[in-house]
Ligand binder design. Structure first.
Ligand SMILES: Cc1ncc(COP(=O)(O)O)c(C=O)c1O
Length: 401
């Protein structure tokens, strides 16, 4: 009886899941039985990994693993508390110092993830009497951060459209706000295009707005030695706030805000995930420190990532695949129809390539794709294998001629 009552209460969820399945929008989650790397073991198969964010191959790097082990021997595993009570360990402050040096900013604050960095920083920085002006395709964690800053007025500008941004700034500037905050992704994760931070900074300067960039996919990828989007445009000291994540190129987990001193000082007092959620774990923190070390030592991995990306994208375009407007190693193979994307991904998997289909709501309806994430961990033969399989499945499904 209890079961049937519960089932009745949850019928709407059962129906929603069925609807997703009918529309080809239900995501099948695959489970890995190996460490991250160019190749993965999944469901008893060895498959080429074309879809993780492990840009530089750090996720299973022996130096990072060793650093995590050594830190656990000294400090244990868990932080035991939030940062502001008893959870700040020496390696947290060391990581904040090293990241600030790496990014060329006054200071950084480290949080548990890129998601909490965005969703924590935005409502701490702006509220009632302020305005947020956000790119239409910004990441979900920015959108949630904007929602949490519920009392601030919101303006959305068309994706990377500077005329649209200026129009929004013009309207906002007549309202007498205390602060106006422009927020953009640095590299847009689904298309791989780069926001024109130089033009955004110029407009912000004209209208007196604060600038914030989420550099999740720029960190470790663009800029000198992977120093990110602000470095890529030479805007040190001009762009006010950089949000970073250490879950992608850094190969670990964790987020941070790199900014001018008053901003970081305030976030240490008021960013809710910093105050109300426990600190980044010991092994994560130590592994992130090691990643900074390696990035400061050499550009070799970043260079290899770009060589691989240029090779892969060049050959895929020659074959006739549509890779959209990417300017980075993110390589979206745009297929359009959601069901075609799912069928493509399934056939690739059977052929030994792991490339997840990405569909609505992550990308707009009718823009489904396999987003290939190129990594420095890929050898040339790995890329050749993947390209050959894409060609085979692409012809079979009539995507290319
Ligand atoms: C643009 C962007 N921002 C933030 C995040 C969140 O990062 P994290 O995985 O560290 O929470 C992601 C990850 O998907 C992202 O793509």
């Amino acid at each position: 009886m209890t079961t049937s009552t519960t089932a009745g209460k949850l019928d709407y969820l059962v129906d929603q899941v069925q609807e997703l399945k009918d529309q080809g929008l239900f995501t099948t989650i695959r489970t890995l039985d190996s460490a991250q790397g160019a190749w993965l073991e999944i469901e008893g198969r060895r498959v080429l990994n074309f879809c993780s964010n492990n840009y530089l191959g750090f996720a299973n790097d022996p130096e990072l693993v060793q650093a995590a082990k050594a830190a656990m021997d000294r400090y244990g595993v868990g932080p035991g508390a939030v940062r502001t009570i008893a959870g700040t360990v020496r390696i947290h402050t060391e990581l904040e110092r090293r990241l600030a040096e790496f990014k060329g900013v006054d200071d950084t604050i480290v949080l548990q993830s890129g998601f909490t960095a965005n969703s924590g920083a935005i409502p701490a920085l702006v509220g009632k009497g302020d305005a947020i002006i956000s790119d239409a395709l910004n990441h979900a964690s920015i959108i949630d951060g904007v929602r949490l800053a519920g009392k601030a007025d919101r303006y959305v500008y068309d994706h990377v459209d500077m005329a649209s941004l200026e129009a929004q700034l013009e309207v906002a500037s007549t309202k007498g706000y205390r602060a106006m905050l422009i927020i953009t992704d640095g590299v847009f994760s689904m298309d791989g295009d780069i926001a024109p931070l130089d033009e955004i900074a110029a407009l912000a300067d004209r209208y007196g707005a604060i600038t914030m960039v989420d550099d999740a996919h720029g960190e470790g990828v663009i800029g000198r030695g992977g120093r990110g989007a602000v470095d890529h445009f030479g805007l040190h000291g001009v762009f006010d706030i950089e949000v970073g994540t250490m879950s992608k190129a850094f190969g670990v987990m964790g987020g941070y805000v790199a900014a001018k001193q008053p901003i970081v000082d305030w976030l240490r007092q008021r960013a809710r995930p910093f105050l109300f959620s426990s600190a980044l774990t010991i092994p994560d923190t130590a592994a992130c420190l090691q990643a900074v070390d390696i990035l400061e030592r050499s550009t070799e991995r970043v260079d290899r990532l770009w060589d691989n990306a240029r090779y892969f994208q060049g050959r895929m375009r020659e074959l006739g695949f549509d890779l959209g407007v990417t300017m980075t190693p993110i390589s979206p193979v745009i297929l359009g129809d959601e069901k075609v994307a799912q069928a493509f991904s399934k056939r690739l998997f059977e052929e030994g390539v792991f490339g997840t289909a990405i569909a609505f709501p992550t990308v707009p309806l009718g823009k489904a794709r396999i987003r290939v994430m190129i990594s420095a961990a890929h050898a040339r033969e790995d890329l050749d294998f993947g390209i050959e399989r894409f060609e085979r499945v692409g012809r079979e499904l009539g995507v290319i001629g």
